[in-house]
Design a protein around this ligand. Structure first.
Ligand code: IMP
Ligand code: MG
Length: 224
């Protein structure tokens, strides 16, 4: 992977100059070695070795993968052979993608649907009210339904979703959250399945955003 760049400054990326660039190009690249992120200036072709998140992992990829598999086992024990998994967008999308495949491996066939709820907009502090931008489209009556969210925080979002979906008269209704911040709860809400209980930190990655950024980081980072 390579990029042609004009650059000057300090980068939160690890890079090395391409072994293939021309001598003329190489002359234009000046590196000033520093202990932290490197300081460089010039023009030329850079081979990007890896792009690193500037935030350290709070929960790494392998730990998440192990726990998601375990959760699928816990869910399979109560679910029976078929479920409708309803994800709360957008934060659920990475977790849910892994969870439905883990459920499949446990012998549970999943149909998927989504609701789009939001209480945060672009802020780090909950607005306190949940808005629904999109509802489920499947008929949930008589089905086994699992609601999946990224983080259980004040409890408002999952409580709202559970109440709305209960009105469909499903045969069974469960809730799962990858992360739980129990110290933040404002309603007496408990999810049936929780990946990790975490302290009151603002986190992102693995689908979870801060102002729409960082959803692509493959693991959980704390950004406060
Ligand atoms: P609740 O309604 O307060 O429980 O909030 C749940 C929603 O708030 C989650 O679905 C997240 O979208 C968002 N949220 C809560 N804590 C965080 C965080 O640390 N980072 C990013 N989003 C968060
Ligand atoms: Mg969310």
């Amino acid at each position: 992977m390579g990029i042609d760049v004009e650059f000057q400054g300090r980068f939160p990326i690890k890079f090395r100059a391409s072994a293939h660039h021309s001598a003329a190009n190489r002359k234009n690249i000046k590196y000033l070695k520093e202990s932290g992120p490197q300081l460089a200036e010039g023009t030329g072709h850079l081979e990007v070795a890896s792009i690193l998140s500037p935030h350290p992992a709070l929960i790494d990829e392998a730990t998440i993968a192990r726990r998601v598999d375990e959760m699928a086992g816990e869910i399979a024990n109560v679910a029976g052979g078929e479920m409708v998994v309803v994800g709360l967008l957008k934060g659920c999308f990475v977790f849910m993608a892994d969870l439905v495949r883990a459920l499949h491996r446990q012998g549970v066939s999943c149909t998927v649907d989504f609701m789009r709820l939001s209480s945060y907009a672009d802020a780090k502090v909950s607005s306190g009210s949940v808005k629904m931008a999109a509802d489920v489209s499947l008929d949930l009556a008589g089905r086994q339904v699992l609601i999946v969210d990224d983080i259980l925080d004040t409890g408002r979002t999952l409580a709202f979703a559970r109440e709305r979906l209960q009105a469909h008269r499903p045969a069974g209704l469960w809730t799962a959250a990858l992360l739980d911040k129990p110290s933040r709860r404002e309603l007496p809400f408990q999810a049936d399945f929780v990946g990790f209980a975490i302290p009151d930190r603002f986190v992102a990655g693995y689908g979870i955003d801060h102002a729409e950024r960082h959803r692509d980081i493959p693991y959980i980072v704390a950004i406060d």
